[in-house]
Design a protein around this ligand. Structure first.
Ligand code: ZN
Length: 193
């Protein structure tokens, strides 16, 4: 049975991740909500799912090695890290799927996730393999570099964008996003078999 490791980005405390300045919405809460939804969907179709963080505030998850070791020790078949994007410019928008800049098993996975997210949200802009000066980049690369399973990282939307922050606070929108990413994982295993 395929094993899926879901990584809800940030630890809640001391690291809430990005925060929407107006509403106080925290990235760490959004990523945990989506991880739990995905766990439910993927378990219902027969996958084994492990979350690297299970609590709103979980101090030890601030150590990224704690997360990647969980995945590696469990011998996960895929690793997906969930995040929300943030930028100084409030109009920055859309989703991004990150893989390492060199070719890895995460590339096929990223393509599957990208296809399902763009199908679910045809009006949103999305980019795969997006490399820029994002300050989070080093952390992103850590969870991708230190996992043995094919891995990628999803930036679901910009928490700093007023409209997208509204979506990220909407359980129905999060549920669609969780469903789309889950279907992408199912597609990945379909293509690998
Ligand atoms: Zn993040």
């Amino acid at each position: 049975m395929a094993r899926i490791c879901l990584d809800a980005g940030h630890s809640g405390h001391p690291d809430p991740g990005a925060i929407n300045e107006l509403t106080g919405l925290q990235e760490a809460d959004v990523t945990l909500d989506v991880a739990y939804l995905m766990q439910k969907y993927l378990a219902s179709v027969g996958y084994e799912v492990m979350l690297t963080r299970i609590l709103r505030k979980q101090l030890e998850t601030n150590d990224l090695a704690y997360r990647t070791e969980l995945s590696n020790n469990w011998k996960a078949h895929v690793f997906v890290s969930l995040h929300c994007n943030s930028a100084d410019n409030p109009v920055a928008r859309g989703y991004e799927i990150w893989t390492l800049p060199w070719r890895t098993g995460g590339d096929e996975l990223a393509t599957c996730l990208f296809n399902r997210i763009s199908q679910e949200y045809p009006d949103l802009t999305g980019r795969a393999d997006y490399v820029n000066g994002d300050p989070e980049r080093r952390n992103k690369f850590y969870v991708l570099t230190h996992t043995e399973a094919p891995a990628c990282l999803v930036e679901m939307a910009f928490i700093s964008n007023p409209l997208e922050a509204k979506w990220l606070a909407d359980p129905a929108w999060l549920s669609r996003m969780a469903w789309a990413i889950s279907l992408g994982i199912v597609d990945y295993f379909g293509e690998m078999s």
